[in-house]
Design a protein around this ligand. Structure first.
Ligand code: NAD
Ligand code: UDP
Length: 330
């Protein structure tokens, strides 16, 4: 099994997708640990505003590149986190070919860079590799139920192929590759037009727009606050030896979309009414992570309950959307 190359505790870390929602929080956390951070992004779904507070940090720099056509960065790299990929269904389906290429060609390019530098690489995979799961909750040894020709395939199959690439490079002892399967994560710095459920409901409630629920709203998801996810990503990158298997990171609390909407309405006084819209094709019916592996290998489990995480997310969007949450909105 490949191990981290010992280069002292202060490392140079490349965060691909570092201007995105999760990536920008990861950049914050890595800088706080004393590492040097290079944020690489093509700003497809990320935003310069997410990393603006870091711009004057002496250990931080940005590179505008697409991982599909990446060039060398001109300095040694110790660790690579690959978070570069649109994550919201409407965003990754807007240019599905680019999404698939980002997952396969882009991850291949970053693995080649990791090999050249002797760097460890952590690949952000997804609970979507389980598709519309027939086993519940989802353990890492469940092989999934993905429609390989449907509208979600560019993402689901792209991420599955990226996992295969990582484990091939690991087995060949070419790259110390690690794979995290991330379950639905939310928090401050999601884009208001991101399109995922938590940001949609909060932005709609704050602005008085109809709350859109797709299908019956009885489908479930498990929502992890971003600080918990970032702690898990860093633990998986740092654990020695490399576990050699994918690791679920998510919050096992499971809620229907109707329950989530009720929580948001209770926390954001609003005139908004719920409107039901058609369920998108291949939308998974149930999702909940089994996190026994993360607990055993990383000593990780989530700390932030949904109500607390929603409060912080609502506070963030209250400023972004420019609306108040105090109930004066009539
Ligand atoms: P996001 O869309 O906010 O961030 C993705 C970032 O990657 C953006 O800054 C975007 O501009 C950048 N990017 C996209 N394609 C790129 C390319 N070809 N080259 C360079 N940069 C590119 O999404 P997020 O929620 O922060 O997700 C981050 C990662 O975590 C993604 O890989 C996603 O698949 C994975 N993930 C997230 C969740 C979640 O719930 N947030 C769940 C499962 C997996
Ligand atoms: N969803 C919804 N209204 C929205 C956005 C999403 O009802 O405005 C539903 C969506 O159909 C899915 C769930 O909420 O069943 C989670 O969707 P999201 O896009 O956040 O994540 P994913 O489907 O990738 O888990």
């Amino acid at each position: 099994m490949l191990h981290h190359i010992a280069r002292g505790t202060k490392k140079t870390v490349l965060v691909a997708g570092g201007a995105g929602f999760v990536g920008s929080h990861l950049c914050d956390a890595l800088l706080a640990k004393g590492h040097r951070v290079i944020c690489l992004d093509n700003y497809l779904t990320g935003s310069e505003s997410n990393i603006r507070p870091l711009m004057n940090h002496p250990q931080f720099r940005t590179v505008e590149q697409d991982i599909c056509v990446i060039e060398d960065l001109g300095e040694p790299i110790d660790e690579i986190y690959n978070l570069a990929c649109a994550a919201s269904p409407p965003q990754y389906q807007a240019d599905p070919v680019h999404t698939m290429m980002t997952c396969v060609v882009g991850t291949g390019n970053l693995l080649a860079m990791a090999e050249r530098h002797g760097a460890s690489l952590l690949q952000a995979s997804t609970s979507e590799v389980y598709g519309d799961p027939e086993e519940h909750p989802q353990r890492e040894d469940y092989r999934g139920n993905v429609n390989c020709t449907g509208p979600r395939a560019c993402y689901d199959e792209g991420k599955r192929a990226a996992e295969a690439l990582c484990f091939d490079m690991l087995r060949a002892q070419r790259v110390d590759a690690r794979v995290v399967r991330i379950f639905n994560t939310y928090g401050p710095r999601m884009q208001p037009d991101d399109g995922r459920i938590v940001s949609n409901l909060i932005v709609q409630a704050l602005s008085g727009a109809p709350l859109t629920i797709y299908g019956t709203g009885e489908q479930t998801r498990s929502f992890c606050f971003v600080s918990d996810l970032v702690a898990g990503l860093i633990k998986l990158m740092e654990v020695d030896p490399n576990p050699g298997v994918p690791v679920n990171i998510g919050n096992p609390g499971e809620f229907t979309i109707n329950e989530l909407a009720e929580m948001v309405v209770a926390m954001v006084p609003t005139r908004s009414q719920i409107v039901y819209k058609p369920l998108p094709m291949d939308d998974p019916q149930r999702r909940r992570p089994d996190i026994a592996r993360a607990q055993a290998l990383l000593g990780w489990e989530p700390q932030v309950p949904l109500a607390e995480g929603l409060r912080q997310t609502i506070d963030f969007f209250s400023t972004t959307v420019g609306a108040r949450t105090s109930g004066e909105r009539g």
